[in-house]
Design a protein around this ligand. Structure first.
Ligand code: SF4
Length: 208
């Protein structure tokens, strides 16, 4: 088996753990995996419309609408008028929804143990590899655009000579290493397309 085939097989096995966990949680919480994803998205990113949620979690709008209707019925989400367009509705998590989202945000023990088994250099290399893979998946339209450092206006790749912490975040004005590259950052601001390309080229040099 080639290295690439091994990687895809390994990712599929990790995906199996995540899917299994998601369905086990369904039995406990009564939320389908899609409903749980929507609730987590609203808590992390704030109120938004159903179309934006559907795009963010890569499901169709009818699928998202059905899941939202169920979340509203269960008391975890409420619809309020959008301040920018009173004819449209924004989705807000309720207090009960926020509490449940906190419980759902805990990763399965088995997965945490598997990640803990990596030594620091393996962890940093894994994060870097994930960034590359996720960026390629985004470019192919296979997943929604993520709020990663490599597309952020504040990211300065390879800005420092310190091999352990070569990158710089201008938002917090601090150096950091590959292990701390963010895959979903609340402070992310998308850089212009040309800046993203330059930044990516510098990041790859840094990674070489
Ligand atoms: S603001 Fe967040 S996404 Fe942007 S460079 Fe800093 S850590 Fe990375």
């Amino acid at each position: 088996m080639t290295a690439n085939a091994n990687i895809v097989t390994g990712l599929a096995k990790i995906g199996m753990v995540l899917r299994s966990e998601a369905w086990q949680r369904t039995e406990v919480t009564g939320l389908s995996p899609t409903q749980a994803q929507i609730l987590a998205h609203l808590v992390q990113r704030g109120p938004t419309r159903v179309g934006a949620v559907a795009a963010a979690i890569a499901v169709t709008q009818p699928t998202a609408s059905d899941a939202v209707t169920a979340l509203v019925r269960k008391g975890y989400v409420e619809r309020r008028p959008d301040p920018e367009d009173a004819r449209a509705a924004q989705l807000h998590p309720t207090k009960a929804g926020r509490r449940l989202a906190e419980e759902l945000a805990v990763w399965p023990d088995a997965l945490l143990a598997a990640v803990d088994a990596l030594d620091p250099s393996e962890g940093a290399a894994f994060v870097k590899a994930l960034v590359k893979m996720i960026r390629t998946l985004q470019e192919r339209g296979a997943i929604p655009v993520q709020r990663m450092c490599v597309s952020c206006r504040h990211f300065r790749p390879n800005a420092h000579s310190d091999a352990a912490r070569p990158h710089h975040c201008a938002f917090v004005d601090a150096a950091f290493g590959d292990a701390a590259l963010r895959l979903d950052c609340g402070e992310h601001v998308a850089a212009d397309a040309s800046v993203q390309l330059e930044s990516w080229a510098r990041f790859k040099e840094a990674a070489a």
